[in-house]
Design a protein around this ligand. Structure first.
Ligand code: AMP
Length: 542
C-alpha cells in the first residue's frame, strides 16, 4: 500500500545514506594511522621506509598530477608494479580521485597483456623500472595517453614521465564525493578458459571486503599488526590486505620481487611481522629453509600465515606447526575480490585428536559474513550439506562479480544471479567446504594457470595424435602439474619428448606436461567429452 510522505518518515529508517567509498579508508589512514610504517624491500636489496600518512599525502599530489594529465572519473589507470610503497600510493590515489586502478600481472604472456590493456581501454600506465622490458614487449598493442615510470635509479627513459617529478609538481587533490557503486579497481582473471576476463570492483565491494577481512575470525587485521603480503598487489587486490591494513591501521612490509625464502624470512624476522599471506608454493620453499636452519630467524612475533590460491597440504600445516607457526587456509577468486571462505579451527575441536584437527584444517573453510554459498550436482540439484554429495560451488555477495567487463562469460552466472566458481566441493554440516575437483579445464601450477584445453588442442594438432586430454595431478612443490593422456593414430609413433618439443613452439617451458601417458583410447562421457574424472582416478594415484 503506498504511504504518504509523513508516513514514510515514520516507518522509514532514519540513518544517513553515508557512501561506502575507499576515500574514507584513505582519509582514515591519513588522519588516524599516519605514523604506521610502510616498508619496501627494493629490487636492489635496499630497504626504504615511509608511513601510511606520507603515502596518503603523496596520493593527493599524485591524483592532482594524474588529473592534470587528463585522467577523469571512470578512466582506467594501469599498474605494472610489484608490492612497493608507490603501488600503495596508486591504490589510494586512483580510486579516491574517482578513476579505476587496473593492476596488471607481469607474469602473463605479452600477447595476453596486450589483449588485456586494450580490452580495459587503459588510458595511463605506471610501470616499475624493473618491468620496462615486460612493458616494451606489449606496449605496441595499445595506445596509452601517458606512460609513467617509477625509478629507483633516477634514469627516466625518453618519452616517459617520471613518477617522482609528477608527485613533486602535483597539486594536492581534495577528494571528490563519490558514489559507492562507482568502479574503484579492476583485475583480469586468467582462471577461465578462453581469453582473460575483466572484473571491476566497486568502492562498496572493497570497503565491505576490508571490513569483513579485518574481523577476528576472518583475517583478524588490527592496528597492532605488521602485515607482509607475499601475495602480489597485481593479483586480486593482494587479497584485500592493503585496504584492510589502511582501515585498521596495520603496518605494511612490501617485499617487491624478492620472494626467495631467505629474503622473505629475513624480512619477517627483522620487521617483526605478525601476519603474512601467499600461495602454498611460496611457503613450501620457506618451510624447507626453516627446517634446514630452525634457529636462524626469530619469528616469535609471527602469529599467522594466511595461505590460499591453491589447496594447502596437510604436510604444510604439520611442518609449520613444528616451528610453532599457524597456517590459516583461505579460499577465494579474482571474481570474489577475493576472500570467500576462511578455515579456522572451531572451538569445539580444540580438544580433538590431532588427526581430526588436521582433517578440518586442510578444508577451505566457512563462508565469510555476507558471502552466500551453495553447490549443485551434475543434474542441476542443490547438494545436501552432508560432506558426501559433490557439486559445483556457486556464490553471491556484495563483493562477488555479477558480470564480467563488457558482458563476457555470461555462462558463469546462474539465472538467479549467483556466480559459478568452477570449483567442485563437498560441504559439511557446519558449512565448511572442501574442494574435491575443478569443473573448469585448468591446471594451477605454482599459483599460475595453465589451460588444459589449449594444451590438448595443440597436442591434437600433432600428426601422430588422435586424442589428447590434460588433467591436473597433485605435486609437492607446485601444487599441481599438467599430465597429458594421449591416444595415437593407428600405426603412428612418437615419444613424450617429441610431443613436448611440439608443445614448446606455443607454450612456455613451465607449462609443458612433465608426464605424458599413452593409452589406446580416452574414455568419453555420454556427451562425447573426455571423462576427466576417470583419468584423474587412474593417473593421480599412480
Ligand atoms: P584466481 O582467480 O586466479 O585467484 O583463482 C581462483 C581459483 O584458485 C579458485 O577458483 C580455486 O580453483 C583456486 N583456489 C583458491 N584458493 C584455494 C584453496 N584454498 N584451495 C584450493 N584451491 C584454491
Amino acid at each position: 500500500m503506498p504511504h504518504t510522505e509523513t508516513e514514510q518518515l515514520l516507518i522509514g529508517a532514519s540513518m544517513d545514506d553515508y557512501p561506502l567509498t575507499l576515500t574514507s579508508i584513505v582519509e582514515r589512514a591519513e588522519r588516524f594511522h599516519s605514523d604506521r610504517e610502510v616498508v619496501s624491500l627494493r629490487p636492489s636489496g635496499t630497504i626504504t621506509r615511509t608511513a601510511l600518512g606520507a603515502c596518503a599525502g603523496r596520493a593527493r599530489r599524485l591524483a592532482g598530477a594524474l588529473a592534470a594529465l587528463g585522467v577523469r572519473e571512470g578512466d582506467r589507470v594501469a599498474t605494472l608494479m610489484w608490492n612497493q610503497s608507490e603501488h600503495l600510493e596508486l591504490y589510494f590515489a586512483v580510486p579516491a580521485m574517482g578513476a579505476v586502478i587496473h593492476t596488471l600481472n607481469p607474469r602473463l604472456f605479452s600477447d595476453e597483456l596486450a589483449f588485456i590493456v586494450d580490452d580495459a581501454q587503459d588510458t595511463v600506465i605506471v610501470v616499475d623500472e624493473s618491468l620496462l622490458e615486460v612493458f616494451d614487449a606489449f606496449r605496441a598493442g595499445h595506445d596509452f595517453a601517458h606512460v609513467i615510470v617509477v625509478t629507483h635509479t633516477g634514469d627516466v627513459p625518453a618519452g616517459l614521465l617520471d613518477y617522482e617529478t609528477l608527485i613533486a609538481d602535483g597539486e594536492p587533490m581534495q577528494w571528490p564525493a563519490l558514489d559507492e557503486r562507482q568502479a574503484a579497481a579492476m583485475c583480469y582473471t586468467s582462471g577461465t578458459t578462453g581469453r582473460p576476463k575483466g572484473v571491476t570492483y566497486s568502492h562498496r565491494a572493497l570497503v565491505l571486503h576490508s571490513l569483513v577481512a579485518a574481523l577476528p575470525d576472518q583475517l583478524a587485521v588490527s592496528a597492532r599488526d605488521t602485515i607482509l603480503p607475499v601475495v602480489p598487489m597485481f593479483h586480486a587486490n593482494a587479497w584485500g590486505l592493503p585496504y584492510a591494513a589502511a582501515l585498521a591501521g596495520a603496518s605494511l612490509v612490501l617485499p617487491g620481487p624478492r620472494l626467495d625464502p631467505h629474503s622473505v624470512l629475513g624480512l619477517l624476522a627483522d620487521e617483526r611481522v605478525t601476519m603474512t599471506a601467499g600461495v602454498p608454493t611460496v611457503w613450501m620453499g620457506m618451510l624447507a629453509a626453516l627446517d634446514a636452519e630452525p634457529d636462524r630467524w626469530d619469528l616469535s612475533t609471527l602469529d599467522r600465515l594466511v595461505v590460499g590460491g591453491a589447496a594447502v597440504p596437510r604436510s604444510m600445516l604439520e611442518g609449520f606447526d613444528r616451528h610453532g607457526l599457524t597456517v590459516v587456509q583461505a579460499w577465494g577468486m579474482t571474481e570474489t575480490a577475493p576472500l570467500g571462505t576462511v578455515c579456522r579451527l572451531p572451538g569445539s575441536l580444540d580438544e580433538s585428536e590431532a588427526d581430526e584437527q588436521y582433517r578440518y584444517r586442510t578444508r577451505q573453510g566457512v563462508a565469510t559474513p555476507f558471502f552466500d554459498i551453495r553447490a549443485r550436482d551434475d543434474d542441476g540439484r542443490l547438494i545436501a550439506w552432508d560432506d558426501a554429495a559433490m557439486g559445483e560451488l556457486e556464490v553471491r555477495g556484495p563483493w562477488v562479480a555479477a558480470r564480467y567487463h563488457r558482458g563476457k562469460g555470461t555462462d558463469s552466472f546462474t539465472a538467479d544471479g549467483w556466480f559459478k566458481t568452477g570449483d567442485v566441493v563437498r560441504i559439511d554440516g557446519r558449512g565448511c567446504i572442501r574442494i574435491c575437483d575443478r569443473s573448469k579445464d585448468l591446471v594451477k601450477s605454482g599459483g599460475e594457470w595453465i589451460s588444459s584445453v589449449d594444451l590438448e588442442n595443440h597436442l591434437m594438432s600433432h600428426p601422430a595424435v588422435a586424442q589428447a586430454a590434460v588433467i591436473a595431478v597433485p605435486d609437492d612443490r607446485w601444487g599441481e602439474r599438467p599430465l597429458a593422456v594421449v591416444a595415437l593414430r593407428a600405426g603412428a609413433e612418437t615419444t613424450p619428448d617429441q610431443l613436448r618439443e611440439h608443445l614448446g613452439q606455443e607454450f612456455a617451458k613451465w607449462q609443458l606436461p612433465d608426464r605424458i601417458e599413452f593409452v589406446t583410447a580416452i574414455p568419453c562421457t555420454a556427451t562425447g567429452k573426455f571423462k576427466k574424472t576417470a583419468l584423474r582416478n587412474q593417473f593421480t594415484s599412480a
